[in-house]
Design a protein around this ligand. Structure first.
Ligand SMILES: [Zn+2]
Ligand SMILES: [Zn+2]
Length: 184
């Protein structure tokens, strides 16, 4: 078998993605790997494009979620100020603010992780919710407000995350342009 990229050279390995033969140069020059195995030139380029799409959609979803957080964060601060300057007490001003901050987590619910607990554990919780509706509700409300408190931290974490994805996109673009140059 000959190398798919260098038709005059004998293949020493196969592309982990399409199975085409690849020569030592192509093995050493691979940019991406699948299961620690090298890829042919064409697959290197295609994987680079796939990564680009994946990172860009990650960036889009992180930006949307950050936007929701920032809007609800500002909304919460406004609610706090309005309540505070009115005659509402500090407690209700804070609760109003935290309620808005908690709404910022809406975006996170769309890509919630699947429930990996055992069926038994899930059934147990469902039963507890039926048996103790009030304490379950109070627990959930408490959880909501505690989660809401972390809203400012979430915004910071998302901004750091966005920066990280931007760097991944830039690194991946560098690789893509190198593959292009080497293919010419
Ligand atoms: Zn291939
Ligand atoms: Zn080759």
């Amino acid at each position: 078998m000959k190398c798919i990229g260098h038709s005059e050279v004998d293949a020493v390995s196969t592309c982990a993605r399409c199975g085409a033969g690849i020569c030592p140069d192509c093995v050493n020059g691979t940019f991406y790997q699948v299961d620690n195995k090298p890829l042919c030139r064409k697959c290197n380029y295609e994987v680079g494009l796939e990564n680009d799409h994946m990172f860009k959609s990650m960036l889009r979803s992180k930006r949307i979620k950050t936007g929701i957080f920032i809007v609800t964060f500002i909304g919460g601060v406004v609610v706090f100020i309005v309540n505070k300057t009115g005659n509402a007490g500090t407690a209700s001003a804070v609760i109003g603010m935290l309620f808005c901050w908690g709404l910022g987590f809406i975006g996170n619910f769309f890509d919630k992780q699947p429930d990996n607990r055992s069926a038994k554990a899930q059934a147990k919780e469902a039963l507890r919710e039926v048996k103790y509706p009030l304490s379950t509700l109070i627990g959930k409300l408490l959880g909501f407000f505690i989660m809401a408190l972390t809203s400012p931290l979430q915004i910071i974490a998302f901004l750091i995350g966005i920066n990280g994805v931007k760097k991944q996109i830039a690194d991946n673009n560098t690789i893509l342009s190198r593959i292009k140059v080497e293919n010419q």
